[in-house]
Design a binder for this molecule. Sequence first.
Ligand SMILES: O=C(O)C1=C[C@@H](OP(=O)(O)O)[C@@H](O)[C@H](O)C1
Ligand SMILES: C=C(OP(=O)(O)O)C(=O)O
Length: 448
Amino acid sequence: MSSHGDPIPMTSAACGPLTGDAHVPGDKSISHRSLILGAMAVGETTITGLLEGQDVLDTAKAMRAFGADVTDHGGGKWSVYGVGVGGFAEPDQVIDCGNSGTGVRLIMGAMASSPITATFTGDASLNKRPMARVTDPLALFGCQAVGRDGGRLPMTLVGAADPVPAHYTVPVPSAQVKSAVLLAGLNAPGETVVIEAEATRDHTERMLAGFGAEISTEVTSEGRVITLKGQPELNPQHIEVPRDPSSAAFPVCAALIVPGSDVLVPNIGLNPTRAGLFTTLREMGADLTYENEREEGGEPVADLRARFSPDLKGITVPEHRAACMIDEYPVLSVVAAFAKGETHMPGVKELRVKESDRIDAMAAGLRAAGVGVEDGPDWWTVMGLGHGNVPGGVTCASHLDHRIAMSFLVMGMATQKPMSVDDGGPIATSFPIFEPLMAALGAEVRRT
Ligand SMILES: O=C(O)C1=C[C@@H](OP(=O)(O)O)[C@@H](O)[C@H](O)C1
Ligand SMILES: C=C(OP(=O)(O)O)C(=O)O
């Protein structure tokens, strides 16, 4: 089933070279944060290039339910009239975050230090995902949570009437947990401190500073120590959302495996906490170059140029790189199938608690398509067959997971026989223009 509606079976088949420019949508992480921080500022935040995927639309709807005035002006232009830190109203309906872990976890953080009660739910995928990783630290602020067994949604949070700041070491590498704690810290008096051993995406820290919060990060022997001063007045901003490196991954990887391809993916944010896939692909021998490198809004940006790469080789992806490419492992495993030799991916336990168990989902489809995969609790290895040698010819389950669906469709562009997915519906959560964008490059992707 797709997140919203009937399943949409899709197929992709081997195609001629992929060529042209691929303008991928706005960054999903930054889009969620623009709406949430806009809702917590005093006055009007304007946003251009917002990702209008279902995950972000669900966050926009949630921000309205908490009292912010959120307006869609068309063409990716949005405005949010915020209610100020501590100004959230109590929603009179259940908050449905659909398929989005980022949406629900950040919003829980944003309301946790306010004296209001809210009930959260999601689709069948989100309702299986662990929420105690967020509600445990939110309890330190005085927020109470009651959910289903194992800390699952639906779940009701009773925000703290008298919040206290927290000092918390994040036990798993998760930007969502870190961000939930920081957002809760906004309405607590005094300093909230979050420590992360491994660096995860730092958009919340950068954007909070942009909105005028007092926040600092110190790198110590314990890791990154982030200190936030509570109860600031956040100033509204104009935000230009950069294009999403996690979406860029799909046309980039497709170009590397389809013979003769030459694709330009312009204006991609290369924040080091997000760009691990591109480093990894270059280590595998990918013909992937950064053109027109520049800085925009304090972040490194470049146009990515990906060309067919006949001599890809398997590598071991360094474990310390996992957090900065965590959403890209599914599509990396596809590229690995077309490389020569083994690609070993250690330290990736978090893949098992995404929209699906991404190791299981990819391993099942790759094996069915004739590719050897070995896996353990926190690692997996793909036995590459080399270009032209990957059989394909199977239908894979996408398990309500956009990245699984897109990964198998990219794979089918270079396998001997077409690849299908049972449901391409979830693609709309993060990359609603995936089909027309890939078709315009010359791919054979269609609904079946
Ligand atoms: O903070 C964010 O915007 C995200 C953090 C990551 O999740 P975790 O925090 O669970 O690693 C990532 O997988 C997700 O797509 C977006
Ligand atoms: C894991 C992802 O998203 P979320 O956790 O927001 O559902 C993703 O987009 O790959």
